[in-house]
Write a new protein. Structure first.
Length: 131
């Protein structure tokens, strides 16, 4: 389910957040499905339960999870996190666009690059659906 890279300079909790967020966005973890307990996931990944607790707390703040006291953590409905995720991506794209312009790229070459990325992703999705 989750593979951690111990050579990565980022803290483990950030890696856990990133992986779980990806699984939620991709639909692998369905809305309202129960997440593994903190202790169970910590044992599975061989890391400290505090690391998982911190990751779950960050995911809850971002709207990806919700907690029911005494029952555990659950995946939030898409409406809860989609707006925040899109806002963060827009901000990242804005910064990337500004950096590309300041590096000397013109508008047309940036748009062509984005079109190439979109086309590549569409081709990969088509190939995945054919498997």
């Amino acid at each position: 389910m989750i593979l951690l890279d111990y050579r990565d300079k980022r803290p483990l909790y950030e890696q856990v957040v990133e992986k779980l967020e990806h699984l939620i966005v991709c639909g692998v973890l369905k809305p309202d499905s129960k997440m593994p307990s903190v202790r169970a996931l910590a044992m599975e990944l061989s890391i400290n339960p505090n690391t998982i607790q911190r990751a779950y707390a960050l995911l809850e703040q971002a709207g990806f999870l919700y907690t029911i006291v005494g029952r555990g953590n659950f995946v939030a409905p898409e409406e809860s996190w989609q707006g925040g995720k899109q806002s963060a991506l827009k901000e990242e794209l804005s910064k990337a666009f500004e950096n590309a312009l300041s590096a000397g790229m013109d508008r047309d070459s940036i748009i062509a690059l984005l079109d190439n990325v979109r086309q590549k992703l569409e081709e990969e999705a088509a190939n995945d659906s054919n498997k």
